[in-house]
Design a protein. Sequence first.
Length: 429
Amino acid sequence: MRLVSRIGLQRLLGGALAGLILGLVGSDAWADALWSFTPPTTPAESAPGVFHQLSASGRRSLAVAGDRVALVWEDDQDGAPRVHLAFKEAAAADFASPLRVSGDGESFEPAVIALTEGRVLVAWEEDGQIMARALDVARAGPPLRLSPKGAQVGLAPLGDGAGDTDPVAVWADRTTGPARINLARLAVADDLSLSLMATCPVEALSPVADQLYPTAERVAGRLVVAWEDRRPGHTIIMAAIGAPGETCRFAAPTRISADPPGPEMPYGAGHGVARVALARAGEDRLLAVWEDKRNFRDGYDIYGARFTPDGPGGPGFGPNERIQDDFSGLAAQWHVTASGHADGTLVVGWTDEREGQGDIALSWLVDGGWSEDLLLPVASGPTEQSHPTLVLDAAGDLHVAWLTRELKGGPTRIQYSLGRRVAEANPVD
């Protein structure tokens, strides 16, 4: 089932008429389908010449650790790119002053996950190395180098079962030859120091082309890693599924982004895809989403595939499905992010250009399909909004952060809003 949205009315009827109708029925009625959003706060302010980045592999720039929200980003406020972290307590209106996480080197694409007891783990690239450290509001553990040469580090959220609580990092390792997805399982001590428990490549065979932007999740007792892969001469999305309870034993990876049906189109080697994200919802529900250019006239669209733990061929991903609605027109969709909840809720967000500038759009699983797209009411309008990152907390509330830019090419600021759950999901497969 698809809901009739403000965006759909605008496309069908034209902006002025749709606006009149929505004004008569209540302009905010469409926005309260699952969440009602608070006015945005600004964890990182705009300043001349300063540009913020929310570009974590897997789009994991936001985490909820108990009653504490943690947001990581990269900016160049001191003349070079550095990694910063800000905490917000649940009862606080605003984020605390940012902490610098990285060292003196040029640092990029930080990711964050929640640990236990209000702590978090941050990983990033610094001077071409992969680094990680654990932090809480009072202290920061020492940084640990995971690789001397790599990029695009992602983190897997903690699992729920016994033996499944160690954090895992994945990255594109460039120590030898083409970029190869490597994995590390970490242990966190009481003093927040980290140690390596296991390291391995995710695929046993050496790559013939770059493997990029990995991310990982645990589902049905297995570790699943997904990434961009260029082995066929163009970019595809691949995934490797781990053995139950194992960290470094994976089945051979398989492609999860499909070729479009019908005659071959003028893609060259093939159509492009980009930036996969994973979201777990419950013990055995997992969604992979990515940006997909199979309809090359429309720019990137948002596609996904759902994980099946007990399919006829064993665990794997099902058919591709388009996440965005039919009113997306010829506009491009970018920067896809996703999150899930134990009750089965799955929500996907992205940057959407259908209204003439960047807005943040959401869609969630309902009645076995995807809801009509919802422009986030606090992250849409005349200014440019982009690069969302989102996470559902234990209560089902939706935390969202994104970049805002007043002028095209101008400085940025980071904004955050909490969507409080106001309705029950119906995520029937």
